[in-house]
Write a protein that binds this ligand. Structure first.
Ligand SMILES: C[S@@+](CC[C@H](N)C(=O)[O-])C[C@H]1O[C@@H](n2cnc3c(N)ncnc32)[C@H](O)[C@@H]1O
Length: 250
């Protein structure tokens, strides 16, 4: 259904690449505990904008559900930096921080990412509520996705769908579909009605991302809000190098 949107396969679409990547980052962290690794899309301020987006909605009481405990999950968490930074900024900028409890979970299919993020959590954030788990988002019978069905209020994705879309290998357990075609179906298992998926991509344009996530408007995910980035104009076409869109589960 989204056959017209395909990226070229690359090593960044393989687990082997990410395992090696995080092995190196763990070594660097052990040599220098201040080095907590690569922050993807840092030049666009994507991480800060994603965090501010959530803080603004909390301050304005404009999330589509009311909860005293907010469960936040980062899909393909890497070094967990998005969650750690969110925890710090919530403490500083969120006006209702004392009225809600926040639970942060990070999942990634790379065991080295999970080890890295867990090491950082233990070393630097002993008091906070972080949990990291090794989960392949694309696994059809995933125990994690089944166990946490309908559980998370906010899902974050910074660069993970981008990485998944760099692998065009047909998945046997999904009738030969590729990762990006089953991503929405898989992640919406852990969303409840009105959960929000905030996703940032540098590989898809806004309209491509909407098509991929909503499966061309055929599933129960809809655009809810989005983050604005500086745009450029080239050959009469307006665009930006990155996009962040929030989807709601209907
Ligand atoms: C570009 S990195 C982004 C990492 C992190 N979100 C960040 O912003 O720093 C892509 C991440 O997606 C993870 N990933 C890719 N495919 C995955 C899958 N099928 N299930 C879970 N994680 C996956 C990789 O291990 C890697 O950590």
């Amino acid at each position: 259904m989204t056959e017209d949107i395909r990226l070229n396969s690359s090593k960044l679409g393989t687990q082997e690449y990410w395992n090696n990547f995080y092995k190196r980052e763990i070594e660097n962290f052990h040599d220098n505990p201040a080095d907590t690794g690569e922050c993807w899309f840092d030049d666009s301020d994507a991480e800060l904008k994603m965090i501010q987006f959530l803080i603004n909605h909390l301050n304005e009481n404009s999330l589509p559900f009311e909860k005293e405990e907010l469960k936040i999950i980062d899909l393909g968490t890497g070094n967990g930096h998005l969650l750690f930074q969110m925890h710090e900024d919530m403490d500083e900028d969120c006006e209702v921080n004392d009225q809600i409890s926040l639970k942060y979970t990070g999942i990634d299919y790379s065991p080295d990412s999970v080890k890295f993020a867990s090491d950082i959590a233990i070393t630097k954030y002993e008091q906070a509520s972080f949990e990291f788990d090794q989960v392949d988002l694309l696994q059809k019978e995933s125990e994690f996705l089944a166990k946490h069905e309908g559980e998370y209020d906010i899902l974050l994705d910074k660069g993970t769908l981008d990485a998944i879309a760099l692998n065009n290998e047909p998945l046997e357990e999904h009738d030969g579909k590729i990762g990006m075609e089953i991503y929405s179906r898989q992640i919406s298992k852990i969303m409840h009605k009105d959960s929000i998926l905030l996703i940032t991509s540098c590989n898809f344009t806004e309209s491509e991302l909407i098509k991929v996530i909503t499966e061309n408007g055929t599933n129960n995910l809809e655009v809810w809000d989005q983050i604005q980035y500086p745009s450029f104009q080239f050959g009469g076409i307006k665009g930006s190098t990155i996009c962040s869109i929030a989807f709601i589960k209907k």
